[in-house]
Design a protein around this ligand. Structure first.
Ligand SMILES: *[C@@H]1O[C@H](CO)[C@@H](O)[C@H](O)[C@H]1NC(C)=O
Length: 234
């Protein structure tokens, strides 16, 4: 009986502290055009010329799936709109991009797939993702890559060059070096498929408050060190 109570208490505390059995989070950002051109059935409504948030995903170091919460809170758009500053920022930095996933459907999708498995309230979950993305300067990142490393939208780079440029830009912002993953995919809109930079995955600790170095190698998708990858024009 005592043991059961102790367990309940520990679980309740974890739940409150935002540290529910999660080792770290991926904060994933995407280059919108690389998503929009990657499938024939993807129809984008607007294609920003800055990086945007894909999501904040809970992870275990060993890759194990996160158990579902006892009660899955449904997405509530009223909560998003109750914080006008957050709502306004989300429209810019976390857009849904496609006809079938306008903003609010996309946010609901991310909440249902990821946020609802965390111990954050919906508001805090969304705000943490936005705050971390702002820490990285996501909206200005492409300009900073241009400034620091001459990277231009519409040109091609090796992943290593691209990654070094991001590490330099982000390292300056955070005041220390940071390891992240670069994810590539293919532009399928033309005659020949073109390899391109798609996403950047950053890692935070299990509170979502601090960036940590990404260590897992398993999730890097097919960017070879020698190949060149496009950063397509919007
Ligand atoms: C990431 O690793 C580098 C090299 O080991 C280290 O200097 C840096 O402080 C680490 N960054 C973070 C955010 O822990």
């Amino acid at each position: 009986m005592k043991l059961v109570f102790a367990c309940l208490l520990v679980c309740a505390l974890c739940f409150q502290a935002g540290t529910l059995a999660i080792d770290f989070y991926y904060l994933t950002i995407e280059w919108p055009k690389s998503f929009c051109n990657s499938g024939a059935r993807i129809s984008c409504t607007n294609v920003p010329n800055h990086f945007t948030i894909h999501g904040l995903w809970q992870e275990m170091n060993n890759g194990a799936p996160i158990p579902p919460p006892p009660v899955k809170q449904p997405f509530d758009n009223v909560q998003v709109k109750s914080d006008p500053a957050l709502y306004q920022t989300m429209q810019q930095i976390w857009p849904g991009l496609t006809v079938t996933m306008p903003n609010e459907i996309f946010w609901k999708h991310e909440w249902d797939q990821h946020g609802a498995f965390t111990s954050f309230t919906q508001h805090d979950y969304l705000k943490i993702a936005v705050d971390r993305a702002n820490d990285l300067g996501v909206l200005q990142l492409v300009q900073e890559l241009n400034h620091a490393a001459g990277i231009s939208i519409g040109k091609k780079y090796t992943v290593q060059y691209f990654k070094s440029a991001i590490q330099a830009a982000v390292g300056l912002k955070l005041g220390r070096p940071l390891e992240m993953h670069i994810i590539c995919n293919f532009d399928l809109s033309g005659q020949n498929k073109v390899a391109q930079i798609h996403e950047i995955w950053f890692c935070t600790d299990n509170t979502g408050l601090q960036f940590i170095n990404c260590t897992s190698k398993s999730s890097i998708r097919p960017c070879g060190p020698k190949g060149v990858y496009a950063l397509p024009l919007p």
